[in-house]
Design a protein around this ligand. Sequence first.
Ligand SMILES: [Zn+2]
Length: 850
Amino acid sequence: MSVLTRNEAQTRAQLLDVHRYTVDLDLTTGEATFDSTTAIRFTARTAGDTFVEIKPETLRSLSLDGQPLDPERLDGNRYPLDSLTAGPHELTVAATMRYSRTGEGMHRFTDPADGETYVYTQLFMEDVQRVFAAFDQPDLKSVFDLTVTTPTGWTVLGNGVSTQAADGRWHIAPTPPISTYLVAVAAGPWHSVTTQHAGLPFGIHCRRSLAPHLDADADEILDITRACYDRYHEKFDEPYPFDSYDQAFVPEFNAGAMENPGLVTFRDEFVYRSAVTDTERQTRAMVVAHEMAHMWFGDLVTLTWWDDIWLNESFAEYMGYQTLTEATRFTDTWTDFGVARKGWGYDADQRPSTHPVAPDPDAVPDTASALLNFDGISYAKGASALRQLVAWLGEKDFLAGINTHFSRHKFANATLADFIDNLATATDRDVHTWADAWLRTTGVDTLTAHVETSGHSWNLTVDRAGDRPHRVTVGTYDHSLDTHTGTDQLTLRDRFDIDIPQDGTPVTQPGHRPDLVVLNDHDLTYAKIRLDPGSWDTALTHLSGIPDPLTRALVWNTARDMVRDGELHPTVHLTAARTHLPYETDLALVQGVLGFAATQIADRYLPPQDRPTALATLTSLCRDLLRRTEGLTAKDWEQAPGTTTPGSPDPGLRLIAVRHFIDAATQPDAIQDWLREGTVPGGPELDAELRWRILTRLAVLGATDETAIAHELDKDPSATGQEGAARCRAALPTAEAKAAAWQAMFTDDTLSNYLFTATAQGFWQPGQSELLHPYVARYYPDAIALAARRGPAIAEAAGRHAFPAHAVDLDSIRLGEQALTDPALTPALRRKLTDQLDDLRRALAVRDAH
Ligand SMILES: [Zn+2]
């Protein structure tokens, strides 16, 4: 198979003008394959040679302008079209195509809960070739006209409105011009909730076995959808460009969601079977808002080549968070962004694999290299850069520039240069220079505050390591005694904006020096922050007393990257968490800080002999949170999301404490009691997710067995139950269990992407290093062979979840470095391994620093 290069795409875009794909898919031909017939109408601007792509099981026939072509001439995924004459042509291609089990192309899934089958497409980047023949590149936009034949009783969803012409014969309304990677079909006996909004049909869909769970949240999902839709119409001059808006929650989906025009696909874990926190509901809402932003940025105006994926992703990410705060009940999204997303960007930006937000086009020579840029840089750093741009330009000018961009390039393609030129039309500021500094460079600046008293005033000087201009807010805080409770609080004294670099003179403020000076209060820029020593002492001792959650998020992020940089002992971070989280009111903060403490500090940054103490600290912290959330009634647990009773504890906080208590348990007794009783004392009652979580922990501790796992699977035979059982079985601390799990992951090529991931998640456990030691060396050759056989999605899962992340030692790093020289290594796995090895080196450096 050949990957498309940028040069080839440019040559083909100059030669061809593609008008219309008429595609006929027959999904009734068996469980392994389906039939695909395509007619492509296009014009060659001059005479020339080119090719069309397809990855068939069998290429049955082709014809050009009515003349048959020889199917044998297919070369990998390319069929040559030599000596095309100038003028209009029609190419027809008939092929048998294979369903996938990896979430790529046409994924086929049979629901173990009821035996119903569903298929859906994920055609991103170059997987349209797994479904029909195409000139597959983003700047050859076309009309797509699809017909789909299905078994009786199915519904077909597509980019346009679908109608059933005859039994099982569905036609999807032709699209406006869109890119090949954005075509989508989802077919099966879907459960649907439909409505109308702004004159358009809106629908949400999921597999039947999840129907009650979708129905329970349908109002919430549709309300957010409508609110975002209306808000985008206030911001954007171009109306929504498609004829309907469907959101399908599909099984075994690899990403969070995909922005297909008129048919967004989501992973169906977003249809909650079990209790979730309000932060998790906010994440789902954010994904809804993010994907809808893509209808304009990505779908209406599309990148010309894949070097500009940040134009899609940074914009959707920024708009998603911002629009949610403006239009829905989730008004505090930037705290979650600070805690959950920015760290992803900072981490990626400090690795050897970092790249500019907008890479040089030559750095993305083909689709395989483009795929590697779907990372923390393109999403989180890019969105942070846009947020800084809005702070610097003002929102009015920013939106004016965006609207110029839409109107100039609608139903077509654009580049970074176009985007910057269009922004420049709306402002006097020098956006080209800004873009060079922010989008064309790599790495994180560090801003360090120096505070000194000078008579009756105090001075602030900021050192900058790095070259970017920043506009930041400085917040100043003083101690105050709460006379009611007798507790020591921090009160905001003042906030002011400064530009960095400063003009050579420090900022002078009247009065005594504040007890706490926070650089980048409001978190409007992207930089590592170091407080002055006095402020840092105040922050560590009074973190939970800082009034604004976004400020607390910034301080927690500072602590996080000080640990990662070896400047703060991991135990100090853990102690701060132990001290302050019991008083934390923001769920996203509790979730984010506890997650870092558990998976990084306890599992990796502390040496193994210190892990039991760290886990004991975490469980006692969770016991405190459980005590703080006592007294919830059954009614509180059932209450509509986002409506807590004033003064009563937050069920979401209790749920986070329960989950972390289970995961950190070093003794089985307490959680075994919970499982037997079916409830945590004082609630919640255990739902399927919590039962599987407890059973997984018991498996890790060797306190359960195959009989109990099989019994649990009988009670929950759903797809999630199958994953739970696979995770438990792989977690059991026996040589047989580990051998069976390894065999499944690395030799069973029919194992689905989801069952692979669940098995891998159970397999590696930080407390089982002796048992797992032989697998560290086996991992590299086995993963390299697997990635080459099964493609990018499984390579990603093998690199992310099956990697020996707890083997923090030089031997393990050496093995990994050797593996990087293996010529059989695929690009997707190479990138994953490069990043994982960097994380191992960092963990080792953190251990060595103290
Ligand atoms: Zn996106």
